[in-house]
Design a protein around this ligand. Structure first.
Ligand SMILES: Cc1ncc(C[n+]2csc(CCOP(=O)(O)OP(=O)(O)O)c2C)c(N)n1
Length: 364
């Protein structure tokens, strides 16, 4: 499967060698040693958050998790291209996008632990809570972009979705609407080769990015395991959106290295040969080789990054296991911004109901 892919935009080869592409090189010409290192750090930490969450799920501390392993460069590269005022609309797998937007990593695991009133305030980080209805976030991003334009805000929105989502009506409608009304949306498709057990070859007879041409918007195919290439391409598409030139489509070619979710068994539909080929294209190892060849990263630097990831993992673990559900009556606190007579009446009824049980603590 891998042999049939062509990568129009690649800036680092799998062996870490830098590829010269002047059109895209200039988009990341501002990067200095510390910027490269911080991209690498985000890649490493993102993977560590992911493996920690999977372990927590296996230990019964998290209900479900959709692993991102293999997709770190696609997510970190694109999220790091965003300006603070831009807004990201994510699905259930974009943990690294949320992390790069500043969401505390334990907010992700606590959400998937199933704790009441968990998740984060989207307005605080300019990233939504995960959309579970496949493709729905494409419409939300389009509406937000149109609203922002009417408000005169020079921002971009970005909608993250998978290859499978391109078969959903919601994404087709979002593409059509965004193109017609020149909404400032970047449609960022992570082609991770699979929609649960359905391969992308069955999902689309043409490269997915070609679909965007039918809607009349610029599209890019990028090596999604190359953080620099993803950063460059996404910067270009976001600038296009911010200047009012309308939507773009990015297909980031990557691979989901783990199961669809912790409830899935990919060994039933994936071959070892395919996995080995993708393992050789690992996004973290590629960036590590690049940094090492530039003299930016040595053993000490790598150990520091690993220690930082350990700290994050320990924090995630502690905060997840230590999180307690708020009392059920907290539900009434969030209906209106201030007190409301009907809500107060219902709160009192609820208290009365709880008081009718013998085991008060269990019911609170
Ligand atoms: C509207 C809708 N249909 C079906 C599902 C069940 N479902 C959850 S994830 C998924 C596959 C999505 O694949 P893709 O868009 O490629 O994203 P990935 O999971 O690979 O990141 C499906 C069919 C859903 N959540 N929503």
């Amino acid at each position: 499967m891998i042999g049939n892919l062509d990568y129009p935009v690649q800036l680092i080869q799998p062996d870490g060698a830098r590829v010269c592409r002047p059109e895209y090189d200039r988009l990341i010409a501002d990067l200095e040693r510390d910027d490269y290192l911080s991209l690498y750090r985000d890649l490493v930490i993102s993977r560590r958050i992911d493996t920690t969450a999977v372990t927590l799920q296996r230990q019964g501390e998290v209900g479900l998790w959709a692993p991102l392993s293999g997709q770190e460069a696609a997510q970190v590269g694109s999220a790091r291209a965003l300006e603070p005022d831009d807004f990201a609309f994510i699905s259930y797998r974009e943990h690294a996008v949320a992390y790069c937007r500043g969401v505390p990593p334990h907010a992700l695991t606590v959400l998937w632990r199933g704790c009441a009133h968990s998740a984060w305030d989207p307005e605080q980080f300019n990233v939504t809570n995960p959309a579970i209805v496949v493709g729905s976030q494409g419409l939300h991003a389009t509406g937000y972009a149109l609203g922002a334009h009417l408000d005169g805000a020079e921002i971009a929105t970005i909608a993250y979705f998978g290859d499978g989502a391109t078969s959903q009506g919601d994404i087709a409608e979002a593409l059509g609407f965004a193109a017609s009304f020149r909404a400032g949306v970047v449609f960022f498709c992570q082609n991770n080769q699979w929609a649960i057990s359905e391969p992308v070859s069955l999902q689309s007879r043409t490269p997915i990015s070609h679909r965007a041409e039918g809607y009349g918007m610029p599209s890019y195919r990028v090596d999604g395991n190359d953080v620099l290439a993803v950063l460059a391409v996404t910067r270009k598409a976001l600038a296009h959106a911010r200047e009012g030139s309308g939507p773009s489509f990015i297909e980031a070619i990557t691979c989901r290295m783990g199961p669809h979710t912790t409830s899935d068994d990919p060994s039933r539909y994936r071959s070892d040969t395919d996995m080995a080929q993708w393992r050789a294209r690992d996004p973290l190892e590629r960036m590590r080789l690049f940094l090492t060849s530039r003299g930016f990263l040595d053993d000490e630097g790598a150990a520091e990054t690993a220690a930082a990831a350990d700290d994050v993992a320990n924090g995630v673990r502690r905060a997840t296991i230590g999180f307690t559900d708020p009392p059920s009556s907290a539900l009434f606190d969030h209906v209106y911004t201030g007190p409301h007579p009907l809500i107060e009446h219902e709160r009192a009824q609820h208290q009365e109901y709880l008081a009718s049980f013998d085991d008060q603590e269990a019911m609170s």
